[in-house]
Design a protein around this ligand. Structure first.
Ligand code: NAD
Length: 464
């Protein structure tokens, strides 16, 4: 046998022994094209079937540990790649994901027993889930989705936001490292190096993908719901906050500044406009200034509007360049030297102002004075635009709290705390970065990514 023939036979046998040739990048689970990613994840899903719940829990435990260890790296990468948000708050978001995302304990079987035997209902996997993730929480969403989906015994293929692909894919690599360390299958979560509309379409249409989950604005949720597949859509918000005259105004001021400025207002749950009772508005505004808010007035408000919004035939849209930027950067662009510690810009407007009506995701909070709770609720419900996402209130009046909750109908409703209490940061309950208002799952967790299956045994196994 000549040398060349021998080498080609050895190569052929090595390739055969590998099963499939998969052009993978240096990041675990990240592929150069969607077809290879889908084939790899399909194989991983089949392999996962032989793993126990305890083994899946071990994988999740490792994801929690690595997320805590590498939170700073991912926070820095996210800010660097997207130019949005701030490292300090992104670290907190990763810590929250690591500590408060539910694992397998979220899956609760039920049983019905009686004269005719035992019926068991278990939460079973969908299979391979396709997940589309946003630029605003790129690694957080990948980590949180992966934990919940793996807990439910699924495998995942991600198509991340193109502007945040490296950060999202860092998290894909992290999840695979955690899974392998627990002895799990290779490529249990996968992604593509360069996500595009085409890779997203291929993922959505692939018969390998049994469920779709999208976290983002209205465009992606609409695309998802027209896919013909089981879909979970976590869409846009524009959360209002009301402050009435029974509230602890001093606490409300600090809470609103903290919530609204968190990660430069990127979170979909963050306070995005404020309706304050006329008789407490002055104190509220002056207290907010003590906690890092800068009060903008007069012509400066119009100049800020020109900077961060684009007028498209009378309809305002965000200037994406300014999404998630630091408050001091906006002020510097207006020639204002902000005091140290400034993290939020506040200004008084009327309720029709674009700062109230448009979901800007910038550290800018418009404050509208209102006469009473009727006006506050009417304007707040209108500003929320029927997204039914999040709304907040500071009040000690039970009727006001109850009425607003009923009328705004949001998935998250926070009373007397910063908005992030709604996802478990300083409030009871687990966390998620996929809040599914449009499709009704609410705060997603492992159970959201499972199918209910019934197993019936007649005339046996009941002991009473
Ligand atoms: P985005 O809508 O621009 O992008 C989100 C994802 O959808 C990206 O991966 C993007 O590539 C993809 N996408 C967009 N249009 C698509 C289409 N027509 N078909 C297929 N894929 C499409 O959102 P963003 O700027 O990254 O994130 C901010 C938005 O997401 C805000 O509106 C915010 O409220 C929302 N958000 C919601 C939640 C939630 O849990 N409900 C969480 C985070 C962000």
């Amino acid at each position: 046998m000549d040398n060349e023939k021998m080498i080609s036979e050895i190569v052929a046998s090595v390739i055969k022994s590998m099963g499939e040739v998969r052009p993978q990048t240096h990041k675990k689970g990240v592929f150069t094209n969607m077809t290879d990613a889908l084939n790899a994840v399909s194989k991983a899903y089949k392999e996962l079937k032989s793993y126990t719940v305890a083994q899946r829990e071990e994988m999740i435990k490792n994801i929690r540990r690595l997320t805590l260890e590498e939170a700073e790296i991912m926070a820095e990468l996210g800010v660097k790649e997207t130019g949005m948000g701030n490292v300090h708050d992104k670290i907190i978001k990763h810590q929250l994901v690591a500590k408060k995302t539910p694992g397998t304990e979220d899956l609760k079987p039920t049983a019905m027993t009686g004269d005719e035997g035992l019926t068991l209902i278990e939460m079973a996997p969908y299979g391979v889930i396709g997940s589309i993730t946003p630029s605003t929480n790129p690694s957080e969403t990948v980590l949180c989705n992966s934990m919940g989906m793996i807990a439910g015994a699924n495998a995942v293929v991600f198509n991340p936001h193109p502007n945040a692909k490296d950060t999202a894919n860092y998290a894909v690599d992290l999840v695979n490292r955690a899974v392998l360390e627990a002895g799990g299958p290779e490529n249990l979560v996968v992604s593509v190096e360069n996500p595009t509309k085409e890779s997203s379409d291929e993922m959505m249409q692939s018969p390998i993908v049994r469920m779709l989950v999208a976290t983002g604005g209205p465009g992606v949720v609409k695309a998802l719901l027209s896919s013909g597949k089981k879909a979970i859509g976590a869409g846009a918000g524009n959360p209002p906050v009301i402050v009435d005259d029974t509230a602890d105004v001093y606490k409300a001021a600090k809470d609103i500044v903290d919530g609204s400025s968190f990660d430069n207002n990127l979170p979909c749950i963050a306070e995005k406009e404020c309706f304050a009772f006329r008789n407490i508005a002055d104190i509220l505004i002056s207290e907010m200034q003590k906690h890092g808010a800068y009060l903008l007035k007069g012509a400066d408000i119009d100049r800020l509007m020109e900077l961060c919004l684009v007028n498209k035939n009378g309809k305002y849209d965000i200037n994406k360049k300014w999404v998630g930027k630091d408050a001091v950067k906006f002020l510097a662009a207006l020639g204002i030297d902000a005091p140290a510690g400034t993290k939020l810009i506040i200004c008084e407007t009327d309720a029709t102002h674009p700062f109230v009506q448009v979901e800007m995701m910038m550290p800018i909070l418009a404050i509208v004075r209102v006469d009473d709770i009727d006006e506050a609720i009417t304007l707040a419900v209108q500003a929320e635009h029927g997204n039914r996402h999040s709304a907040h209130i500071h009040s000690k009046n039970v009727d006001h709290l109850t009425r607003f909750a009923r009328e705004v109908e949001t998935t998250i409703f926070v009373k007397n705390a910063p908005s992030y209490a709604g996802i478990g940061a300083g409030g009871e309950g687990y966390t998620t970065f996929t809040i599914a208002g449009p499709t009704g799952e609410g705060l997603t967790a492992a159970h959201s990514f499972t199918r209910s299956r019934r197993c019936v045994l007649v005339d046996g196994f009941h002991i009473v």
